[in-house]
Design a protein around this ligand. Structure first.
Ligand SMILES: C[S@@+](CC[C@H](N)C(=O)[O-])C[C@H]1O[C@@H](n2cnc3c(N)ncnc32)[C@H](O)[C@@H]1O
Length: 445
């Protein structure tokens, strides 16, 4: 009798994933697990950490940001939340390490959700320029330095314009300088795309085929220079991708070109949505092609002009910055050797100075690095702040101590050293560089 009742009961119970009725159902396990998960893993509170915060460096960066943005704050690294006081709307619009502020999403959370990446938002992913740095770090430093709309930032090694683009998105003026025409072209393009009208991005399949033909035969021009350059950059990227792998053969060059264009168009659409939602005001940056070592001669008006500098000089021989853009330079008829010779540490002279037993090529690089830091000191206003992002490369098994040399040069030219944050490069393929350091200094008032 007892047995019968049990069998009847079993008939009414859903079958479990193990095919028996002895255990809770699969759905029950998942429901229970979710409750547990939420209890332990999802942070609670009004102001919570971004899920993208993974390292100790992220914690330090959050701390820096709050120093610049909040009136008062207390970070709880275990519960992954923060207590804070201050101008909540500004914090929500600016902060790069919190997902929720006073119970509401931050702009940065919107960027990540919409673009599906912590760094590829707006036009930051326009082109895979070598040595690009993370927009999140730039945003953090702008916040840490407490920069406002009336301030101006300089990046004297602006590359593809991560600093200038991020500053533009935050409504802050900036100036970028780089020696490579490709970097300058990209930084300008990111600038201009912010102010393009949507209709300018309407092209049919036939248009694309014509455009590709024209570029291929070097007959490409367009009345709108932004469109002209955008198509060129997408073309370079397409050809480069083709030269590296056979993966795209099925799509064909045309298919890949159109796909890349559509990606940029989507980036534009998303940005406009966020611009409206958050009432953002974009500001254009000034981009110059030039040698940072000649800053004083070429830009005498830059003396004590800038409120902050955020920059990353080329690392000693770790990356072939110019060679990477070979396709573009060959197409544009630019002499790569000439650009390379103006690169930090690439002059054809010999150094008279000695730094221990470092090879003379490294010394040459350090001399240039020191001079560039001297020029940065000259360009910064008294009371101005500077962040230099550097990494130690390993050459022939020997570590080149660029981080410590950079700190030393900063102090020698007159800066007051404030902080060094080591940011490990997680999962980096290039094991010659294990991580980067952010060196923060100040110029006395
Ligand atoms: C680490 S990359 C900076 C990349 C940049 N932060 C970005 O996000 O694209 C260093 C840059 O320094 C530039 N550079 C090297 N020597 C230079 C010089 N003497 N004057 C100006 N720029 C130079 C290189 O062209 C390169 O773009």
């Amino acid at each position: 009798m007892k047995e019968k009742t049990r069998n009847e009961k079993i008939k009414n119970v859903q079958l479990t994933m193990f095919g028996t009725n002895e255990f809770p159902t699969y759905e029950e396990i998942v429901a229970e697990y979710s409750k547990e998960f939420e209890k332990y893993v999802i942070p609670k509170g009004d102001n919570i950490f971004g899920f993208w915060m993974q390292t100790l460096a992220d914690l330090e960066l959050l701390d820096l940001e709050l120093q610049g943005l909040a009136d008062w704050y207390k970070i709880d690294p275990i519960k992954r939340n923060v207590e804070l006081k201050g101008d909540i709307e500004t914090i929500r619009k600016r902060i790069a390490h919190l997902e929720i502020v006073k119970g509401r999403r931050t702009l940065y959370t919107d960027f990540i959700d919409l673009y599906g990446d912590t760094n590829a938002y707006a036009f930051h992913n326009l082109y895979p320029y070598k040595g690009k740095f993370y927009p999140r770090v730039v945003r953090t430093l702008i916040n840490a330095f407490g920069l406002k709309e009336e301030d101006t930032i300089l990046d004297p090694f602006n590359g593809s314009g991560t600093t200038t683009h991020e500053a533009s998105l935050m409504g802050i003026k900036s100036v970028g300088i780089d020696i490579t025409p490709m970097g300058v072209m990209l930084a300008r393009l990111k600038n201009e795309l912010l102010f393009l009208s949507y209709d300018d991005l309407n092209f049919s399949f036939e248009d694309f085929i014509e455009i590709l033909k024209a570029i291929h035969s070097k007959n490409w021009s367009h009345h709108n220079k932004t469109i002209e350059n955008l198509m060129l950059v997408i073309y370079f990227d397409t050809i480069d991708a083709f030269s590296r792998t056979t993966r795209y053969n099925k799509k064909g060059k045309e298919g890949l070109f159109i796909e890349k264009f559509m990606y940029i168009k989507k980036c534009y659409e998303k940005l406009i949505r966020l611009k409206e939602k958050w009432e953002l005001k974009f500001v254009k940056a000034d981009i110059y092609e030039g040698d940072t070592l000649e800053l004083k001669n070429k830009h005498p008006n830059f003396k004590e002009k800038f409120d902050a500098i955020i920059t990353s000089p080329p690392y000693y021989f770790s990356i072939d910055y110019v060679g990477k853009d070979k396709i573009a330079y060959e197409y544009l008829g630019v002499n790569m050797k000439e650009i390379e010779s103006k690169y930090l540490g690439m002059k054809n002279t010999l150094s008279k100075k000695k730094y221990g037993n470092l090879p003379s090529k490294v010394i040459l690089y350090y001399e240039d690095l020191r001079k560039s830091i001297e020029n940065m000191f000259w360009a910064l206003k008294p009371g101005g702040k500077i962040a230099i992002i550097v990494g130690d490369s390993t050459v022939g098994g020997k570590k080149i101590p660029t981080t410590m040399m950079t700190k030393k040069f900063c102090e020698e030219v007159g800066f007051k050293f404030k902080k060094l944050i080591f940011n490990p490069l997680l999962g980096a393929r290039n094991r010659a560089i294990r991580g980067e350091s952010i060196i923060i200094c100040e110029k006395a008032k």
